[in-house]
Design a protein around this ligand. Structure first.
Ligand code: B12
Length: 217
């Protein structure tokens, strides 16, 4: 990647961190003109800005209103980049995605959904703060191969375990692969609750899901 591309990616990150919707749109447009892969612009630009905003929140320099303005800037940039994402031709399968009960953080989930769709997955999006039984019903009533669960809070991680437990009780666990993610999630936690995989980034998620489906068939 050239210096020019790096400057654009930094500008995308800065636009989010500085809550600047206009700059986010301009920088996204510049990324398109410079032929930067839109997914790279999202992962290495906009997402990095949101991560940096998270650090400021933890340092108590930003509070909830600032974070919401940062996410507005991120979505403004996303709207420009999204139509330019190259859609992978073949269908990979169908997946359900949601943020587990008690948690309303959905920025990461929305990125995972976008990258999964781009890769060829048909996504059923249950949104955020999704009741455990909603995941179960959706798996029961639809032909889905993958369940993706997201959480950003340590206090709601247990809901993931409950969903897997309920899938087992309903005889649905073997029907699907379960992929989990979100900042507090680790390999050890995934293994502990009986998930099939975890992934730290949205870009990686579709490859992880696809790998699981391929190895099962
Ligand atoms: C933005 C933010 C908010 C926004 C959320 C806006 C929204 N619509 O999502 C607002 C301001 C509303 C908010 C509210 C709250 N927040 Co908040 N928030 C954050 C913050 C700063 C950033 C999260 C974020 O969006 N990151 C950017 C995205 C792109 O990254 P990501 O979500 O991690 O997702 C990436 C990966 O994790 C992965 N991924 C995510 N999901 C999945 C799923 C799958 C299947 C896969 C494969 C991958 C994957 O892919 C993504 C992209 O690569 C974090 C701190 C932090 N540094 O994470 C705190 C944080 C998560 N919040 C926290 C808290 C406590 C709250 C509140 C309770 C605050 C309050 N007192 O009101 C409320 C929550 C209310 C509720 N019940 O949900 C705590 C949680 C602490 C804990 N218990 O663990 C954190 C960690 C801050 C802190 N250190 O205290 N928050």
């Amino acid at each position: 990647m050239g210096d020019g591309d790096r400057i654009i990616l930094d500008e995308l990150a800065k636009s989010v961190l500085e809550m600047d919707e206009d700059l986010a749109q301009e920088a996204a447009q510049r990324a398109i003109e410079a032929a930067i892969d839109p997914q790279t612009a999202i992962a290495e630009g906009l997402s990095k800005g949101m991560e940096a905003a998270g650090v400021k929140y933890e340092e108590e320099e930003y509070f909830v209103p600032e974070l919401l303005l940062c996410s507005d800037a991120m979505y403004a940039g996303l709207a420009v980049l999204r139509p330019h994402i190259r859609q992978d031709g073949d269908k990979k399968g169908r997946a359900v995605i949601g943020v587990v009960e008690g948690d309303t953080h959905d920025i990461g989930k929305n990125l995972v959904k976008l990258f999964m769709e781009t890769y060829g997955f048909e996504m059923i999006d249950l949104g955020r703060d999704v009741p455990i039984e909603k995941f179960i019903e959706t798996v029961r009533d639809n032909d889905v191969q993958v369940v993706c669960m997201s959480t950003l809070m340590t206090t709601t991680m247990a809901s993931m375990k409950s969903v897997i437990k309920r899938l087992k009780e309903e005889g649905l666990r073997d029907k699907v692969k379960v992929v989990i993610g979100g900042a507090p999630i680790s390999q050890a936690f995934a293994a502990h609750i009986g998930a099939d995989a975890y992934s730290t980034t949205a870009t990686e998620a579709p490859f992880t899901a696809n790998g699981l489906i391929a190895s099962a068939s």
